[in-house]
Design a protein around this ligand. Structure first.
Ligand code: CP3
Length: 348
């Protein structure tokens, strides 16, 4: 059993443009290796993909952080690479190395992807959501998510994580028309996937564009903002009341046009985003989320506490969701997370 929460739907209130005091808090990668109980379930599942595809175990790890901490949302346990997996690309997570995919780099590679097979492969994620919803108190929504087409494409084309996303950028520069077909396929699949998550109980959505920061402005508009706008429009056509958070990591000053052009309801900001820019340029237009440095959470102590206070003082007076600027790091002591949540909730 999870703790009953006193106030209802704090996250959805903030995402709808209300100032919530204290602000709601959830953390990217809140389920994961920093929790011993996660590592135990992960070992039982064998592979990471096996865990994502096992609804009982995935629901269990989704709920683990909420048993420990007074968080305002759960996020379904899955991965952004579920979409390439569902399209039939070979996806593996190699221990200590991260994801490995059979790279798609040509029209022939693209032609092998199978959109028709995707829905059946998404089914375990939908089942995880259904299980999670039955366990959550009513004021705590579960967040569904997908990767943005650009970020997912970088993994599909590179076949792994990379420091500069060079293969995807080169394809986009050399043959924009065929790269566009990959992006279009990802838009279409992501709309169906997000709507499937909503039908299964997700009440908030987040689109992770982790590599938005690797593109210059024309390409940013074409490969980040425009496909994201298409996804938002496709989801809103069927589910107009589900708030969508966009997270264009590394976008810098381009976050402003992204916020204006995509139709997202709230913007997630990475650690490098100045709080003054978040407040004056972004929060003036829409709710903001972020952006504590995950390394500061790992370090803990006075420097973390001081920064949390600064963030709350700068952004807490308008619609705001407390979060990190990127995912929790595996070496983070869980006690630091407990302390962070207390601080934000004013129970310090
Ligand atoms: O936030 C949550 O708690 C929900 C689960 C979630 C995971 N990945 C679980 C995961 C979410 C929302 C993601 C998103 C994701 N996955 C992103 C976007 C956010 C970001 O971090 O930029 C990206 C780029 C990926 C792709 C991915 N998945 C990589 C590069 C890796 C390897 C790096 C690593 O941390 O191991 C993963 C694996 C992964 N996804 C793990 C978890 C808990 C670790 C795997 C394990 O437990 O063995």
């Amino acid at each position: 059993m999870l703790r009953p929460h006193l106030s209802q739907d704090r996250l959805i209130s903030a995402l709808s443009g209300r100032t919530v005091d204290p602000p709601p808090i959830w953390l990217m990668r809140q389920a994961g290796r920093y929790l011993p109980e996660y590592r135990e379930v992960r070992a039982k599942a064998g592979s990471f993909l096996g865990l994502c595809l096992n609804p009982e175990l995935a629901a269990e790890v989704t709920l683990q952080p909420l048993r420990r901490f007074d968080l305002d949302a759960a996020i379904v346990f899955s991965d952004i690479l579920m979409v390439p997996y569902a399209l039939g690309q070979k996806v593996e997570f190699v221990e200590g190395e991260g994801p490995k995919l059979e790279p798609v780099r040509s029209a022939e590679g693209l032609a092998r992807l199978d959109r028709a097979a995707a829905e059946a492969r998404f089914a375990p994620v939908y089942e995880t959501l259904r299980l999670v919803v039955t366990e959550l108190p009513s004021g705590v929504p579960v967040i569904g998510f997908c990767g943005a087409p650009w970020t997912v494409a970088t993994y599909m084309v590179e076949g792994a994580g990379s420091k500069d996303q060079a293969q995807a950028r080169l394809w986009a520069y050399r043959d924009a028309a065929s790269f566009q077909s990959l992006i279009d396929l990802l838009v279409e699949t992501s709309v169906a996937y997000l709507l499937g998550q909503v039908k299964a109980g997700a009440r908030v959505l987040q689109i992770f564009d982790s590599w938005a920061g690797s593109l210059p402005e024309n390409e940013f508009a074409r490969w980040c903002s425009t496909p994201t706008r298409s996804i938002v429009a496709g989801v809103k056509a069927e589910a107009p009341d589900v708030p969508i958070i966009g997270f264009p990591r590394g976008a810098g000053a381009q976050a402003e046009t992204y916020a204006r052009e995509t139709g997202i309801d709230a913007i997630g900001c990475d650690t490098s985003m100045p709080l003054s820019f978040m407040r004056e340029t972004l929060q003036a237009r829409l709710p903001v989320q972020g952006n504590l440095d995950p390394l500061l959470l790992l370090a803990g102590g006075e420097p973390m506490e001081a920064r949390v206070t600064t963030i709350l003082n700068t952004l807490g007076g308008a619609p705001f969701v407390f979060n990190l600027g990127h995912g929790i790091l595996p070496d983070t002591p869980p006690e630091h997370v407990a302390r962070l949540v207390e601080l934000v909730k004013g129970k310090a």
